[in-house]
Design a protein around this ligand. Structure first.
Ligand code: PLP
Length: 411
């Protein structure tokens, strides 16, 4: 444990009783509240009702202020005019308009720490996922959840990280930085996780399953995954990363959240960066058993999710159109681009995400560079698949721009 972590752990242990008194009633774990450290006489303890009131006051103030138009989607959500950005699996349509409004309403509470907003979102997520609030941890993006997983469950004493190859690499880097060995297990020929080989390589430590997988957009079938979770010894932790959950429509795909109740070694990570269009705001979470969450908390930064992201995420959950609209638009643009690539003779791995990966039948790196010269940015090289290109599904116009540039560079 670093001295920094020790210091935080010791501070936290001092403030826990007071925290319970001030905030715990009815809410999940929020070890990061500041209420517990303050002299009760000075505590600015805002109840949930008060927080809602402050948001409403913000709404009233917004009426008086010159209006900022949120009804208009930005011309190009990248912020870099002229560049077609299909490199980071972002959602080009952005957050829900309800999220825009909630952020505007939050301007007046930006001077407050986000404890109450944190609790409101946890309540919403608990309801959405049919779990109790103490089964949820919020993160500064799901990246923070992955980092917490690596820091808590991998390292010289805790054990190795086992991950697929290729997969989303962030957790591999966090585990290495934590002094852990990292074992990469190639995907199967159908681009699923090779669960028997991953099991065989694991002993304590952590197994990372990215489903749907980034960069291949492929899934690991639900029955295989269920069986794997049931047979993994309790001492070995499993993170199932469901960042792209909302885009998967195969009957062979299913969330693993319902299995958490029976498996203390299972953690399921989700994000607001994809279907909710909030990549720049940073908000993610995980679902696990309360005891597992207690083990992760000492490694978490206090107040890591900002009040704007919390307000936007909470409002997004109330927008019944955000998810189906995002799914429909993604599916239409994906069908279009994969159809065009198919006509050109390029085979795409069946995509269950908001990006595709296809075999470009030659080394991908020169093609990536040539596309960049034409202002079209696509995914980086994934060394395990050197002839495959990963392309984010943008708006139809962006996919047309990609196809036009790809036709030129691949000619
Ligand atoms: C599979 C996967 N997990 C996690 C993340 C991190 O997402 P965020 O930190 O924005 O929630 C990404 C980002 O692209 C991803 O592809």
């Amino acid at each position: 444990m670093t001295s920094h972590v020790k210091r935080i752990a010791s501070l936290r242990s001092k403030r826990v009783p007071d925290f319970r008194l001030v905030f715990c009633c009815g809410f999940g774990y929020n070890f990061h509240t500041r209420g517990g450290l303050k002299n009760p006489m000075n505590t600015i303890s805002i109840s949930r009702r008060k927080f809602a009131h402050l948001l409403a006051a913000g709404a009233a103030a917004a009426v008086a202020r010159p209006a900022i138009s949120f009804a208009r989607q930005p011309e190009h959500a990248t912020g870099t005019a002229g560049i077609v950005r299909l490199s980071a699996n972002e959602n080009p349509y952005g957050p829900s308009l309800k999220a825009h409004q909630a952020m505007q309403n939050s301007f007046d509470v930006c001077c407050r720490y986000p404890d109450e907003a944190n609790n409101v979102l946890i309540q919403g997520l608990a309801k959405l996922n049919g779990v109790s609030p103490d089964q949820i941890v919020l993160g500064d993006g799901s990246s923070e959840i992955l980092k917490l997983g690596a820091e808590t469950f991998t390292g010289p004493t805790q054990g190795k990280l086992i991950a697929a190859d290729p997969t989303f690499e962030a957790i591999l880097e966090y585990a290495k930085a934590n002094g852990a060995d990292v074992v990469k297990v190639p995907l199967t020929s159908s681009f699923a996780h090779d669960l028997p080989k991953m099991s065989a390589a694991a002993k304590n430590g952590l197994i990372y399953i990215c489903n749907p997988n980034n960069p291949t957009a492929s899934i690991t079938p639900k029955n295989d995954l269920r069986e794997f979770i049931a047979n993994t010894p309790r001492e070995t932790m499993i993170i199932v990363d469901e960042a792209y959950f909302h885009y998967a429509d195969s009957p062979d795909y299913e969330t693993m959240i319902p299995l958490v109740k029976d498996h203390p070694n299972l953690i399921v990570a989700r994000t607001f960066s994809k279907i909710y269009g909030m990549a720049g705001l940073r908000c993610g979470y995980c679902v696990a058993q309360p005891e597992t969450i207690k083990r992760m908390h000492p490694f978490q930064m206090w107040d890591s999710v900002n009040i704007m992201a919390l307000a936007a995420a909470t409002a997004s959950l109330d927008d019944v159109d955000q998810v189906p609209n995002g799914q429909r638009l993604n599916s239409e643009a994906k069908t279009f681009v994969t159809g065009e690539l198919d006509k050109m003779g390029y085979k795409t791995i069946r995509s269950q995400a908001n990006f595709i990966m296809f075999d470009c039948k030659r080394p991908v790196v020169p093609l990536i560079q040539a596309l960049k010269q034409r202002n079209v940015h696509v995914g980086r090289l994934f060394p395990a698949l050197p002839n495959y290109m990963r392309v984010t599904i943008g708006k139809k116009s962006e996919m047309e721009a990609f196809l036009s540039a790809f036709r030129q560079v691949a000619a």
